[in-house]
Design a protein around this ligand. Structure first.
Ligand code: AMP
Ligand code: GLY
Length: 426
């Protein structure tokens, strides 16, 4: 089977690494990929939202399946583009339809969906730009801190948490009246602040059945002790100690089952991953957000914990026979440490050589923001998040220690990492 994987981050390198191990794979293409994915497959210089370019490539290279890494092409309707094209309609896309992708593409849709199916989430209301007075009045009915969310995709920056009412008013004006996030903030969701510890739960679904993947926890803030600016993720661990069987049973009954049933009852075509961003409030799970893809850097911890052939699982998704799939997990714990560029998530320089990649380590190295320089064939930094170092061990602490030992051997100018992953758990 020939597979085209869309995306270019650490998540895609981890998925590519796993797909490449399949006995069923012939050719694995990654568009556009990074320096790491070129070690596991063939990089193709096509952008993830260039549907016509993807179509041409798929037809010319006998691609049998397309796997979508990031949310943007899903929200833009790549699954529908394939389904509605006479030449592409037989080629399965792993990723939901445009309608399903609204779970991530519109916070207002996601909140209303949860409300329709009684799925626990923070109380909320949605306001458009003609309703800023009502929005400010609603803010005054809540307690601080105030949570404001741009309705649409905003590259992970659309959630603002304001400590006091004056700042919340200002942010609201910026978002609704001054289009702070462009079209994405034409509508704003204002919601109750929930206090607890977060985790990420993933399922793979064919629209009828679903399988639970290992859960993970990511570390979003740049600074130790969860301080400073939000990043794309500074590391992850899996499993999550507090996600015991009692907690996960609540997640299944209150969140996963009603979500799948809701999708079914609204005839929403959904074949792909659902990422439940959850918060544990006194032992009870609440949904902070849905994503319609895997998490990054959670994938770098989750994928190595799946023993089963991923192509086999994706085939079961495509032909809607996931209900009969067998899946096996790795008992060991995974820990991922992200090496990022100095200055990230603010401005940072790129193009620095990454040293230490050519040695053998008792860890996995997943590339995130790297490119191979065509002039000298060296791997250089090309993004904020550069390399994810993942280790597996009997305990999370051992896995973390192993990842830190490996991380010390990899170097580039400005290399930055968080040394306290797991601080809130152990
Ligand atoms: P998101 O972009 O939806 O992942 O939100 C970014 C982060 O904002 C989440 O990971 C949470 O840490 C925080 N957040 C979002 N909504 C809430 C809420 N209702 N209460 C507390 N924290 C929240
Ligand atoms: N790690 C969070 C995300 O992928 O959205």
């Amino acid at each position: 089977m020939n597979i085209l994987l869309l995306g270019s981050g650490g998540r895609e390198h981890a998925i590519a690494w796993k797909l490449a191990q399949s006995t069923e794979i012939q050719k694995l293409y990654i568009a556009p990929g990074n320096a790491g994915t070129s070690l596991t497959g063939i990089n193709v210089p096509i952008e993830v939202n260039d549907f016509e370019g993807i179509k041409l490539f798929v037809l010319e290279n006998d691609v049998d399946m397309v796997v979508v890494g990031p949310e943007e092409p899903l929200v833009n309707g790549i699954a529908d583009f394939f389904l509605n094209d006479g030449l592409l309609s037989d080629i399965p896309v792993i990723g939901p339809s445009k309608s399903g992708a609204r779970l991530e593409g519109s916070k207002d849709f996601a909140k209303a969906f949860m409300q329709r199916y009684g799925i626990p989430t923070a109380a909320y209301r949605t306001f458009s730009s003609t309703e800023s007075a009502a929005a400010k009045e609603f803010l005054r009915s809540l307690k601080p801190p105030y949570v404001l969310k741009a309705d649409g995709l905003a590259a992970g920056k659309g959630v603002i948490i304001c400590p006091d009412i004056l700042e919340a008013d200002q942010e609201l004006t910026e978002m609704l009246d001054h289009a702070r996030f462009g079209k994405a903030s034409e509508k704003v969701v204002i919601e109750e602040f929930l206090s607890g510890i977060e985790l990420s739960v993933f399922v793979l679904t064919d629209g009828k059945s679903w399988i639970l993947l290992p859960e993970a926890k990511d570390y979003k803030r740049i600074g130790e002790g969860d301080t400073g600016l939000n990043t794309g993720g500074m590391g992850s661990i899996s499993p999550v100690p507090f996600a015991d069987s009692e907690f996960m049973e609540k997640v299944r009954l209150r969140i996963i089952e009603p979500t799948i049933q809701g999708l079914q009852s609204e005839n929403i075509d959904y074949k792909g991953f659902i990422f439940f961003g959850l918060i544990n409030v006194n032992g009870n799970p609440y949904v902070i957000e849905y994503n319609v893809r895997m998490g990054d850097p959670e994938t770098e911890s989750v994928i190595p914990r799946i023993k089963t052939d991923l192509v086999y699982l994706f085939r079961k998704v495509a032909d809607q026979s996931l209900g009969s799939a067998r899946i096996e997990f790795e008992e060991r714990c995974a820990a991922t440490v992200m090496l990022v560029s100095g200055g990230y998530p603010g401005s940072y320089l790129k193009g620095f050589q990454v040293d230490g990649l050519d040695r053998e380590y008792p860890s996995l190295l997943f590339h995130s923001g790297t490119i191979t320089d065509e002039n000298d064939n060296l791997v250089k930094t090309s993004g904020g998040r550069v390399i994810a170092v993942t280790s597996l061990a009997g305990t999370t602490q051992e896995a973390l220690l192993q990842s830190y030992t490996t991380a010390a051997e990899i170097d580039f100018q400005g290399k930055t990492l968080r040394k306290d992953l797991g601080f809130d758990l152990f």
